[in-house]
Write a protein that binds this ligand. Structure first.
Ligand code: D41
Length: 675
């Protein structure tokens, strides 16, 4: 190779590396991608090919050199020349107040500026850059020494192998957190699941485990990221800003990613506001955090404050209430719902988690209990994230009492002792008794009375149970037969509240068809389906008499719902209850439905002669659309004959029979009235 060629290749390699590094910087540090992935890959491939052909130009800080290192037998220990400190915690507002007070007292200041950061739930590492090149990466370990994980850290794409610019100090140790984004974590687990590999428990442990792989190739497969939050040793403080927030900007300019949530706040009020803001956005953040960190922003002030044992006096981690806690399952109860579904519910030793005290956690169904293998007496990890309902994440198997029996779904309904069934392919087990099961009957009444159904004010769960136990009601129709004295005689009731209930019942009689349908509690008929049914058919009778096929034709009603609706109205006792409800005066305004308004239902029309404004077929279609039957021959059963131009024998016959005859104008008027 001539000198010229060699110079050209070296130049191209340098250009490619600069381009790739720049793209990386935009992607990971500025969070603003500059090229499509395909273009990025193309650059990397070209570089890789050139380096293979001209190995004399390969260098350790080349973007091609992130992966490829051989597995090691163990990690070397590394001493941190500047101790990696830990953070003091504040668990509530009071503890944060005392932190702020301590700091202000010591500095004799009324208010001071804090750098506010999110507290990433990952693991702390140290990155050592010599003349801009990443030469060593180490875990925090015990703070004094950690493990040399350089080869693994080199595979993390958001960590630059070489710093950007030329004003970085000769020696710079950046410190920060390695973590995994929630989305990347979910995708990783999906991949694991597809491969039949083990599922990872949470992003934090996965990040920690990934950094401690002896084979860097395995680390490279994990979606690790890094955000810097400070520095360790530094050779010259010449280029050092005087504030922590400014230092982070400096690190960012040198190519190190920094959390975009970092900012400067003022005084305790600023801290509280930042905390509230982050808490509100916590679920939407791309990564998991377990709190926020406040650091006195001014380095001179930091120095005055100094350290106590292992933590700086100038920083505090204000932790969120934990989203996961340990507790014990006292028992697994079975609840029977309105539709007869048997739901296993774990009764827990009360535990404060995610900001509330949790005493129950649903286990959904038998398969779910089996999958998690939850048993009475088990110690479990309970999780309540955001406003999501609490769930049992896992059982701590080591703490399981000896001989604890596996959970079994009861073969008999715990409420009415009827047989239970689990349909093939279904997850739920159900009581077969239907409304004869008191649990289902009382749940059905609670649902019937609920606000979005019949809206019977004051008729809640407690009162329904009472009415039920006193055998005053067995079904929803019985409600409207209640007498003042009967209700007043119930515990904790009196004439006044009894009177209120009867008034509420009276009030509820004027309702809407869709509410009434929803109130009936037909399986698979929620509010939306009830509304669709009401609008489509327009009347209860049309819904009641609709065949399964007619129901299936309704948009948004599937075969299962159609079957349930049809089945419900084929059931004699359901119709009896409906008849009784109507007899007690339940009513609703008549509905006009657009598409299925059938004012001509039951009427038979015969068309004859030629129409000027439409074809006979069109006329036929329009009449049918309004529910009319259109017949070809005139008989006594014909209600109307439409006679166009040159009508013949059919018109004569109609006149003979004395039937109503409309001309074209009459037909048009009739259609216009309805369409
Ligand atoms: O995000 C974090 N997990 C985080 C951790 C952070 N934003 N700042 C931190 N600052 C420090 C000091 C003030 C001691 C330099 C930290 C940690 N330490 C830390 N992480 C693990 C142990 C200590």
């Amino acid at each position: 190779m001539t000198e010229l060629d060699s110079a050209r290749v070296a130049e191209r390699i340098a250009d490619l590396r600069a381009d790739i590094n720049r793209h990386n910087y935009h992607y990971y540090v500025l969070d603003a991608p500059t090229v499509p992935d395909a273009e990025y890959d193309r650059l990397l491939r070209e570089l890789s090919t050139l380096e293979k052909d001209y190995p004399q130009f390969v260098s350790a800080d080349s973007p091609t050199q992130r992966v490829g290192a051989k597995p090691v037998d163990s990690f070397k220990q590394v001493r941190h020349s500047v101790r990696m400190l830990s953070l003091d915690n504040a668990f509530d507002e009071n503890e944060l107040f005392s932190f702020d007070k301590r700091v202000r007292d010591k500095l004799s200041l009324n208010e001071l500026a804090y750098a506010a950061e999110t507290k990433l739930d990952g693991l702390a590492i140290s990155l050592l850059y010599k003349r801009g090149e990443l030469v060593q990466a180490a875990t925090r370990g015990d703070g004094s020494s950690g493990e040399d994980v350089t080869l693994n850290v080199r595979t993390i794409k958001s960590i630059p192998l070489r710093l950007v610019g030329d004003d970085y100090p000769e020696l710079l140790e950046a410190r920060g957190e390695v973590f995994i984004n929630k989305r990347d974590f979910a995708a990783l687990n999906e991949k694991q699941s597809a491969l039949g590999e083990k599922i990872f428990a949470n992003p934090r442990n996965t990040a920690a485990g990934s950094l401690r792989q002896l084979d860097p190739k395995l680390t490279a497969e994990r979606p690790l990221r890094f955000y810097a939050y400070g520095i360790g040793q530094i050779s010259s403080t010449q280029t050092m800003p005087s504030m922590h927030t400014a230092l982070l900007i400096q690190l960012k300019n040198w190519g190190l990613p920094v959390s975009p949530e970092t900012k400067c706040v003022h005084g305790i009020q600023g801290c509280l506001q930042y905390y509230a803001d982050i808490a509100a956005r916590r679920a939407a953040l791309p990564y998991e955090i377990d709190g926020v960190v406040f650091k006195v922003n001014d380095f001179a002030q930091q120095e005055k404050l100094g350290y106590v044992s292992r933590a700086p006096r100038w920083a505090v981690a204000y932790k969120f209430p934990p989203e996961e806690e340990l507790t014990v399952v006292k028992n697994i109860d079975i609840q029977v719902g309105r539709t007869g579904a048997l739901t296993p519910v774990a009764r827990l030793e009360p535990v404060f988690v995610g900001g509330v005290t949790v005493t129950n956690a649903t286990l959904h169904n038998e398969d779910e209990v089996r999958r998690k293998d939850v048993r009475a007496g088990d110690t479990v990890i309970i999780r309540r994230a955001g406003d999501v309902i609490p769930e049992i994440v896992a059982v701590v198997k080591d703490k399981r009492p000896a001989n604890s029996p596996e959970f079994i779904m009861p073969e008999r309904c715990p409420v009415c002792a009827s047989a239970t069934v689990k349909m093939e392919g279904e997850a739920v087990t159900r009581c077969t008794a239907g409304l004869f099961c008191p649990a289902q009957a009382s749940q059905a009444i609670i649902h019937f009375a609920s606000r979005r159904a019949m809206d019977i004010e004051g008729l809640g769960e407690k009162l329904v149970e009472q009415l039920f136990e006193a055998e005053l009601v067995q079904n929803v129709a019985d409600l409207y037969q209640l007498k003042l004295q009967q209700v007043a005689a119930l515990e904790r009731m009196g004439e006044k509240s009894a009177g209120n209930l009867l008034a509420a019942l009276e009030n509820s009689k004027r309702t809407e068809l869709e509410r009434f349908l929803y109130a009936l509690g037909i399986r698979e008929v929620g509010e939306a389906t009830a509304r669709t049914l009401a609008r489509h058919f327009g009347s209860l009778d049309r819904i009641r008499t609709a065949t399964q096929e007619m129901l299936e034709e309704v948009p948004d009603i599937g075969p299962v719902a159609a079957k349930n609706i049809n089945g419900f109205f084929r059931e004699e006792h359901n119709n009896l209850i409906i008849e009784r409800l109507l007899a007690y005066g339940i009513n609703w305004p008549a509905l006009e439905t657009k598409s299925e308004f059938l004012p001509l239902q039951g009427r038979t029309f015969v068309l004859t002669g030629t129409l000027a404004s439409m074809s006979r077929d069109e006329a036929k279609q329009k009449l049918q659309q309004l529910g009319a039957k259109v017949s070809g021959s005139v008989s006594k059963k014909t209600d109307y004959v439409i006679a166009g131009e040159a009508a013949g024998s059919k018109l004569t016959r109609a006149q003979e029979l004395g039937l109503k005859v409309l001309d074209e104008a009459g037909l048009v008027q009739l259609l216009q009235e309805y369409l």
